[in-house]
Design a protein around this ligand. Structure first.
Ligand code: BES
Ligand code: MN
Ligand code: ZN
Length: 495
C-alpha cells in the first residue's frame, strides 16, 4: 500500500474516491461542504432526501459525481458533532476502508473532520489512517480450499486534512509498520496448534529475522533449555510430544552499548490445561495462547523495520501444554532457573511457570525495563472484559508509560493493584510457593507469582487474555497489544 498526504484542492485531486464525513442529522463536515459546492450540491440533495444520516459505522458510496476529478464519493458517519471523539473518527475511517475493500476502487483521499483536533494530531492521524487501512484490508490466513475472493483493489491512500504534512507522513510510515507488525502477530496466532508448534514459532522467528535486517535470533532447544536449568518450563513441556523452544531475538539499533528493553512472551502453542484438563467448550481458542509470544516477535520486527535507535531483546518461551503420560501432575514440585521451588497445584496455570524461567533469563541482559506479555488468566477477563489489557508490575514510572502508550495508541490497558498481601495466597507446605492462589484475585495472584522472579528489575506485566483475540463469528486474533507496544517503543526512541 502506498500512503501520502493531500494538502489542498479535493475537487481536483486525482484519486478514484473522496472519503467524506457526515455528522448525525445529515450534516456535511467542512471538507464535505466544499466538495458539495464543486459538484453542484449533489451531496446536499442526497442528504436532504434522507438517504444517509451519518450514524457511526454507516457508509454510502456515491458514483458518477460530476465536477470532481474523483469518480466516487464515499460518505461515512461521524455520529453526533457534539460528541465527536477520536473514537468517532477511527470508527468512520475503519468503516469506510472496509467498504472500499469491497469495491474495485484503487485510490482514495481521506477527508474526515476533526472538530477537536487536539484529540487527534497530524502525526496520530497518519498513524490511524495507515493502521486502520491495514486492519480493514486484513484477510485471515485460513486454510479454506475454495476459490479465494480477489484481493482488495485499494493501493493508494492519501491522508488529510493536515497542517503539518511532515508529521502526518511520519505517522503514515509508523502506522504502516504497526499494521505490518499486527499482521505478523495475527497470522502466527490464527494458525492452528498442529501447525504453529514451538519448533514452528522458532523457525518463523528465524525467517522474520532474515527478512528484517538487524535482527538476530538464537534458539535454545530442549538440551540447551535443560542446561539453563529451566525446570518450570520443562515441567510444562514434558506432557507433550512437541519439544519446547526458547527463542532469543535481539535488535541493536545503537552502536553504543545500551541497557536493553526486554520483552518476554508467553508462547503456549496449545493449552489443553494438562492433567488439570480444561472443559471442552471453547478449548480450540487455546491455540491463541501464544499471542504474547507473537506480539513480542512482531514488536521486534517493527523495531528493526523502523530502525529505532533502541536496544530491544525479545524472549519467547514456547511450549505445548498437554496431558501425556509423562505430564507434570498436581502436587509435583519443579525447581525454576532462579533456584526457587514451585508446587504445581494446577497444571493449567502453566503460563506463569514458563514465564518465571524466561523472566529469570532476562536478568543477564541487565535490562532497563522488562515487560512480559501473556494470555495469562481467565480471571483478568472476568475483571476487565475485552476492552482493556491488565497491567501490573513493580515500577510505577514504567507502568505509567505503558498506560499512556495504550491511551495514545487506542490499545488501552488498566492497572490492577499488586500489593504484598496477595502473596499469602501462594503459600505452600512443600515448596517455596504454589503456582496458584485460588479463584479470588486470580489475575493479581498470577502477577504476584511472576513478581517472585523479577525482584530488583523494572518490570511490568500485561495480561492480554481478554484482548488478544475475539470469539464468536469474528473469531480470530486482534493483533493487540502490538499498537501499545509499538507506541511504547516509538516513544522511548523519541520518534
Ligand atoms: N491460557 C490460560 C488463560 C486464559 C483463559 C486465556 C481464558 C484466555 C482465555 C491460562 O493458562 C490458564 O489456564 N489459567 C488458569 C489459571 C488457573 C488455573 C489458576 C485460568 O485462568 O483459569
Ligand atoms: Mn492454562
Ligand atoms: Zn495458558
Amino acid at each position: 500500500m502506498e500512503f501520502g498526504v493531500w494538502t489542498k484542492g479535493l475537487a481536483t485531486l486525482g484519486v478514484d474516491c473522496l472519503v467524506l464525513g457526515v455528522f448525525e442529522e445529515a450534516q456535511l463536515g467542512a471538507e464535505g461542504a466544499s466538495v458539495d459546492r464543486a459538484c453542484g450540491g449533489r451531496l446536499t440533495r442526497l442528504l436532504e432526501r434522507g438517504d444517509f444520516t451519518g450514524r457511526p459505522g454507516e457508509t454510502l458510496l456515491v458514483t458518477d459525481v460530476s465536477g470532481l476529478a474523483a469518480a466516487h464519493v464515499l460518505l461515512t458517519g461521524l455520529g453526533a458533532r457534539k460528541q465527536w471523539q477520536r473514537k468517532s473518527w477511527r470508527k468512520a475511517w475503519l468503516a469506510a476502508a472496509g467498504a472500499l475493500a469491497r469495491t474495485r476502487i484503487t485510490s482514495c483521499a481521506v477527508a474526515l473532520d476533526r472538530p477537536a483536533a487536539r484529540e487527534l494530531d497530524d502525526y496520530y492521524l497518519g498513524r490511524a489512517v495507515a493502521e486502520l487501512a491495514g486492519s480493514a484490508l486484513y484477510r485471515i490466513n485460513d486454510l479454506k480450499t475454495g476459490r479465494k475472493p480477489p484481493p482488495p483493489a485499494l493501493k493508494k491512500v492519501l491522508a488529510g486534512p493536515v497542517r503539518r504534512a511532515a508529521a502526518a507522513e511520519r505517522g503514515l510510515i509508523h502506522g504502516a509498520a504497526v499494521d505490518g507488525a499486527m499482521t505478523v502477530q495475527r497470522d502466527l496466532a490464527n494458525l492452528p496448534g498442529n501447525l504453529c508448534t514451538p519448533t514452528f514459532l522458532a523457525e518463523q522467528a528465524r525467517a522474520l529475522a532474515r527478512r528484517h535486517g538487524g535482527l538476530r535470533v538464537r534458539v535454545l532447544d530442549e538440551a540447551a533449555i535443560r542446561r539453563e536449568k529451566m525446570g518450570c518450563l520443562l515441567a510444562v513441556a514434558q506432557g507433550s510430544h512437541q519439544p519446547p523452544r526458547f527463542i532469543v531475538l535481539e535488535y541493536q539499533g545503537r552502536r553504543k552499548e545500551q541497557a536493553p528493553i526486554v520483552l518476554v512472551g508467553k508462547g503456549v502453542t496449545f493449552d489443553s490445561g494438562g492433567i488439570s484438563l480444561k472443559d471442552p467448550p471453547g478449548m480450540d481458542e487455546m491455540k491463541f495462547d501464544m499471542s504474547g509470544a507473537a506480539a513480542v516477535i512482531a514488536a521486534l520486527t517493527l523495531a528493526a523495520q523502523l530502525r529505532l535507535p533502541l536496544h530491544v531483546v525479545g524472549l519467547v518461551a514456547a511450549v505445548e501444554n498437554m496431558p501425556g503420560g509423562k505430564a507434570v501432575k498436581p502436587g509435583d514440585i519443579a525447581t525454576s532457573a532462579s533456584g526457587q521451588t514451585v508446587e504445581i497445584l494446577n497444571t493449567d496455570a502453566e503460563g506463569r511457570l514458563i514465564l518465571s524461567d524466561a523472566l529469570h533469563y532476562a536478568r543477564r541482559f541487565r535490562p532497563a525495563a522488562v515487560i512480559d506479555i501473556a494470555t495469562l488468566t481467565g480471571a483478568c477477563v472476568v475483571a476487565l472484559g475485552h476492552h482493556h489489557s491488565g497491567l501490573m508490575g513493580s515500577d510505577e514510572p514504567l507502568l505509567q508509560e505503558l498506560l499512556q502508550a495504550g491511551r495514545r495508541a487506542d490499545d488501552r490497558c488498566w492497572q490492577l493493584p499488586l500489593t504484598e498481601e496477595y502473596a499469602e495466597q501462594l503459600k505452600s507446605n512443600f515448596a517455596d510457593f504454589a503456582n496458584v492462589g485460588g479463584r479470588d484475585g486470580g489475575a493479581i495472584t498470577a502477577a504476584t507469582f511472576l513478581g517472585k522472579f523479577t525482584q530488583g528489575l523494572k518490570w511490568a506485566h500485561l495480561d492480554i487474555a481478554g484482548t488478544a483475540y475475539q470469539s464468536g463469528a469474528a473469531k480470530g486474533s486482534t493483533g493487540r497489544p502490538t499498537p501499545l507496544l509499538a507506541d511504547f517503543l516509538l516513544h522511548r526512541a523519541g520518534r
